[in-house]
Write a protein that binds this ligand. Structure first.
Ligand code: NAP
Length: 247
């Protein structure tokens, strides 16, 4: 069963790892190629965009793919929509793996917003020293905030415009709550901005913000296409793949 795993996440690497050790599964993982030094999954990997939905459809046909697992990051909305469209066109089974989102706990001061533009509006009202942890992409949305100072954390440097007052911190999780607390205190952070990425690799910042009583602007996930089959765990994805293969 030749399966494409759209990756760039720990879940995608774990699924590739499991399937690589099993007979009868022919896996190829795909990465966008955004990160300079990516963590590579086990088994064959291709890197780079497909050239939109049409390019992906052609690639699936040319490579005789029989099923697709979209295990991309919850905020990678374009590739998920392209994959859903291409799979529907070709009549291929497709599964979307979306780890559980974060949920508010007692003591949290969260402001949920639908997108980055709304996050910018909130930040403009909420604080002066902002910890921006939305990854490399999307930082430019905050470039017009000229009064605030930003601590911008990402794995690789952001490309577009940056807010005029900032410090760039290049780092990859996991991070510990104690380290996050120290980092926020050292920089006098008064508001945290995050995507609702979910998972435990980067959740410590939320614990630290709760302990310090700081407001957190949480950007909601983009919707998956209607009718998408979604699971939250690697185990559930593996169960799905085995069921599809035994059809
Ligand atoms: P996106 O906005 O959904 O995708 C933009 C374009 O990048 C797609 O149209 C596609 O190009 C290409 N692409 C994305 N994922 C790909 C993949 N796995 N294999 C091949 N091409 C891919 O995605 P994004 O937000 O830029 O994220 C890019 C990658 O980084 C994803 O694979 C995601 O899992 C990973 N990632 C994203 C985030 C985040 O916060 N967005 C965080 C951690 C990891 P074509 O149209 O040319 O096919």
């Amino acid at each position: 069963m030749k399966t494409l795993i759209l990756g760039g996440t720990r879940e995608a690497r774990e699924i590739a790892h499991i399937a690589s050790g099993e007979r009868g599964f022919d896996i190829i993982s795909s990465l966008a190629g955004r990160v300079r030094d990516p963590l590579l999954p086990e088994g064959p990997v291709r890197i780079g965009g497909f050239g939109g939905g049409e390019g992906l459809r052609k690639w699936l046909v040319d490579n005789e793919i029989a099923g697709v697992i979209d295990a991309t990051h919850p905020f990678a909305g374009t590739i998920s929509a392209n994959a859903a469209g291409a799979a529907a066109d070709l009549g291929l089974p497709i599964l979307h793996v979306r780890r559980t989102g974060w949920s508010e706990q007692p003591g949290d001061r969260w402001i949920r917003v639908p997108d980055l533009d709304a996050a910018v509006q909130e930040v403009a009202q909420l604080g002066e020293r902002v910890f921006l942890t939305i990854g490399r992409q999307g930082v430019a949305a905050f470039a017009g905030l000229t009064r605030q100072w930003f601590l911008i954390r990402a794995i690789d440097p952001p490309t577009g415009a940056l807010p005029p007052h900032h410090e760039l911190l290049l780092a990859r999780g996991p991070f510990s709550p104690a380290d996050e607390q120290r980092l926020m205190a050292r920089h006098g952070i008064d508001v945290l901005v995050t995507k609702d990425s979910g998972g435990d690799q980067t959740a410590a910042k939320l614990d630290a913000a709760r302990s310090a009583g700081l407001p957190v602007v949480v950007v909601d996930r983009p919707e998956l296409p209607p009718g998408a089959v979604v699971v939250e765990t690697v185990d559930a994805a593996w169960t799905w793949l085995r069921a599809i293969a035994s059809r």
